[in-house]
Design a protein around this ligand. Structure first.
Ligand SMILES: *Cc1c(COP(=O)(O)O)cnc(C)c1O
Length: 407
């Protein structure tokens, strides 16, 4: 008799986005003339840029010609692409080898799959609030009890709030695997070198491994802030980093990312090179490499012309971030993030719950956002607004909040 993976039953229902959709639909049905404005979803809206489009087209042309056709490629990704990424990291002061870089179809799948190379008895720590994939993948991996009211027994929740600048304090207990995301989704907070150094020191001391998600690194404009955890001394011994072309180059629908597993990265029962070998084994067994067309697009994104265009794309969204932040501040709302990250994290006024504020923003301003409580208990009382959108749409939404929100 076949049996299901019962760990899936421990997951709470995917509540956040379906519930946003339900409430939005209900409001629209009752108010058919209301024009809804969406600042809710972390999805890119601007088209691919010319150098990248040319790279993708050239990739298609290569496959269309018998002389340049390729089928399955290196599962770790094009060597040229990994070399280009290696050069980027060298610019951060991190010397990596090409076989420490694994090209993939995105940082979300990698962040979900990476837990499979670790034993089931590891204690996992996550930021609270956090990108939900870190939690859910570890629930499926069997490292937690059944979820209740947004928390899972067995996980260590590292509170991120105003008192610590939305970056967690070093855990007081011994934990084995630590997920960190900077620039952060949902809070928009960016860790400093000193903050990351604290975690790296903890990980080295306890033989813990940090899984560092830097999907929004391209949104950092402050040159003093780290774009990679490998800027921190000793990080190669205890860190894995995930990143992606999704937010940097608008590849959310194109799909291309990478994960770095340094050979020096060790854990309690695995010598140097073991984690790297296990991730290679996992990827070669369960994944057959990223699309070769898309990898040509990725190479173009990393070219000089491509990087200029990516910077302009990021700057476009950051104009929105600024408009949202300044608009909220102008009416006295307290908000965080939105400076080196595309998310603005606002404190709900008058102590409203995240969902009460969602309803208020929807009914009074016709703006759809994301309740902070959907990212973990630490998000209660906060609300996420996203800068991904066309300027004109974001401008209208901000104007509506400024003029119609009753405070
Ligand atoms: C958008 C996002 C990613 C990127 O996921 P892809 O699968 O590469 O599109 C990764 N981590 C976080 C926190 C994100 O918000």
């Amino acid at each position: 008799m076949a049996k299901i993976n019962a760990h899936y039953l421990k997951l709470e229902a995917g509540y956040l986005f379906p519930e946003i959709a339900r409430r939005t639909r209900e409001f629209q049905a009752k108010n058919p003339d209301a024009k809804l404005m969406r600042l809710g979803i972390g999805n890119t809206t601007e088209p691919l840029t010319p150098a990248i489009v040319a790279g993708l087209h050239a990739g298609v042309d290569k496959l269309a010609d018998v002389k340049t056709y390729t089928g399955y490629g290196d599962e770790q990704g094009f060597v040229e692409l990994r070399e280009a990424l290696r050069t980027r990291y060298a610019g951060y002061g991190a010397e990596l080898a090409a076989d420490e870089i694994f090209v993939s179809d995105g940082a979300k799948p990698d962040s979900a799959n990476i837990q499979s190379i670790f034993g089931v008895d590891n204690v996992v720590a996550v930021q609270d609030p956090a990108y939900p994939v870190y939690v859910d993948s570890n629930v499926i991996g069997g490292r937690t009890g059944k979820g209740e009211k947004g928390t899972y027994p067995g996980l260590v929740y590292m509170r991120c709030d105003e008192s610590n600048g939305f970056f967690p304090d070093i855990p007081k207990q011994k934990v084995d695997i630590i997920y960190l995301c900077s620039p952060n989704n949902p809070t928009g907070a960016v860790a400093t070198h000193e903050q990351l150094r604290g975690f790296v020191e903890y990980a080295l001391k306890h033989k813990a491994v940090i899984i560092f998600d830097s999907a929004y690194a391209a949104y950092i404009s402050d040159p003093t802030l780290p774009r990679s955890i490998f800027e921190i001394e000793g990080a190669k011994k205890c860190c894995i980093e995930l990143n992606s072309f999704s937010k940097e180059a608008g590849f959310t629908g194109v799909r291309l990312g990478w994960t770095i597993v340094p050979k020096a990265c060790v854990c309690e029962d695995g010598a140097e090179g073991e984690l790297n070998r296990l991730w290679l084994r996992r990827q070669t067994t369960m994944f057959n490499g990223a699309s070769n067309i898309v990898q040509y697009g990725g190479l173009a994104a990393l070219s000089e012309a491509g990087q200029k265009e990516c910077q302009a794309l990021v700057a476009y969204y950051m104009v929105n971030a600024r408009a949202i932040r300044e608009g909220l501040q102008a009416i006295g709302l307290e908000c965080f993030g939105g400076v080196n990250a595309p998310y603005v994290w606002l404190k709900t006024p008058g102590g409203l719950t995240s969902w009460a504020f969602f309803d208020k923003l929807l009914t009074e301003c016709h703006v759809v956002g994301t309740p902070g409580s959907g990212f973990g208990p630490g998000g209660e009382g906060y609300f996420r607004l996203s800068s991904f959108g066309h300027h004109e749409d974001v401008r209208k939404a901000v104007e509506s909040i400024k003029t119609r929100l009753k405070l």
